[in-house]
Write a protein that binds this ligand. Structure first.
Ligand SMILES: *Cc1c(COP(=O)(O)O)cnc(C)c1O
Length: 383
């Protein structure tokens, strides 16, 4: 193992910013109105329209969107939320933050790392209040089936759609199927506001509650008071400050206009990756046979367990960043004790074999060729 920092040639992810973002954020700074203003409202309106949902509420992060979704649905102590263990830890952490317990279920298979419907159904008990689903890498979970099951059992559905903005299944956006859909605009996502997030919902009651909880539980905002719409406010329940500001909203509006073309480019790069790796027997591609619409957030391969480290090192040595999305949550120190009796063999297999390869709209076809060449060499040399 060497400790020197490699000279990176292909980044795992990268942001695409140009004059549009510079202009629009500078305009906010020049205006002097930095928060609780018209740009957040405009960003929410555009996001809601693009996703064909009635309500979009901009928040400070994907994590705060998840937190507010759980709170707005009234989930709390004694409740269980069914969710996958192959996910970013935010969903599980926020489940605990409201006092509820994450109930982890296994994935369909290592090459389809989304909640297995049969496992979800088997995990339902009298404590279950909600099902949280992740559209892993921008590929849809069995959302129609999960929403149907939840309806039968009177459970809420929270979609962690952080990987899947502007992605439609049967005309309905991912994030728009369940009770609340949560999006993140962290810099490594398909669109960014630096930090930021969005909660979408079709339910008027949930939208109102999320809006109130976003700002301390207050009933009217500075902007309304500024316009003379309200002179005072009430606090109807204890809330938070999970607001997005005007600078980030301006960034979001600019990024949103590029999202469809960026997702398109991600899909093209994914198709090229699939072609380049098709003949490599040792490499399986996560969602490699999926032919429907997807957001192309991640490109993930599975290699034999004993080769994973060597492939990662070969990439690193050749200036290619890789990652693991994600380690199994039940293995983290904070979750180990509570998950001692969890049996998630497919999730664990996934975490031992998965490698996330670079994918972002600034990548060239040559970048993909290069990454695939290094990966192919590494697996063939060592297998
Ligand atoms: C990024 C991400 C989050 C958290 O979003 P933040 O904006 O970083 O708080 C949650 N879930 C998934 C799947 C994510 O990728």
């Amino acid at each position: 193992m060497t400790s020197e920092t490699p000279n990176w040639k292909v980044f795992l992810s990268d942001v695409s910013l140009d004059e549009r973002e510079l202009e629009s954020t500078c305009a906010v700074l020049r205006s002097g109105w930095l928060s609780l203003g018209p740009r957040v409202a405009a960003f929410e309106k555009s996001f809601a329209e693009l996703h064909r949902v009635p309500h979009a509420v901009a928040v400070s992060s994907g994590t705060s969107a998840l937190h507010l979704a759980l709170l707005a649905l009234g989930i709390g102590p004694g409740d269980e939320v069914i969710q996958p263990a192959i996910n970013f830890v935010a969903g599980a952490n926020m489940t605990r933050a409201v006092g509820a317990t994450p109930r982890f279920v296994d994935i369909v298979s290592a090459d389809q790392p989304v909640s297995d419907m049969r496992e979800v159904e088997a995990a339902i008990n009298r404590h279950t209040k909600a099902i949280m689903v992740l559209h892993y890498g921008g590929y849809p979970a069995a959302i129609r089936e999960i929403v149907e099951l939840a309806r039968q059992k009177n459970l809420a559905v929270i979609e962690d759609a952080c990987h899947a903005p502007a992605t439609f299944v049967d005309g309905c956006a991912l994030g728009g199927w369940g009770d609340v859909g949560c999006f993140s605009f962290f810099p490594n996502k398909n669109m960014t506001t630096a930090e930021g997030g969005m909660a979408v919902t079709s339910r008027d009651d949930l939208a109102a509650r999320i809006r109130t909880l976003r700002t301390h539980g207050m009933t009217s905002l500075t902007w309304d008071r500024h316009r003379g719409h309200a002179s005072s406010y009430d606090v109807t329940e204890s809330g938070y400050n999970y607001r997005l500001d005007e600078v980030r909203a301006a960034l979001g509006i600019a990024q949103l206009t590029k999202l469809p073309q960026h997702n398109q480019r991600r899909a093209e790069l994914t198709a090229q990756y699939r072609r380049e790796l098709a003949s490599c027997r040792e490499v399986e591609i996560v969602f490699g046979n999926y032919t429907g619409a997807h957001a192309g957030h991640l490109f993930v391969i599975l290699v034999p367990e004993n080769l994973r480290h060597r492939v990662v090192e070969a990439c690193r040595h050749n200036g290619i960043q890789t990652s693991l999305h994600y380690p199994c949550i039940t293995g983290f120190t904070a979750y180990q004790e509570a998950c001692r009796s969890c049996s998630l063999p497919r999730s664990e297999e996934f975490a031992r074999r998965a490698i996330t390869l670079p994918l972002h709209p600034k990548m060239t076809d040559e970048n993909v060729k290069y990454v695939c060449q290094i990966v192919r060499q590494a697996v063939q040399q060592f297998s």
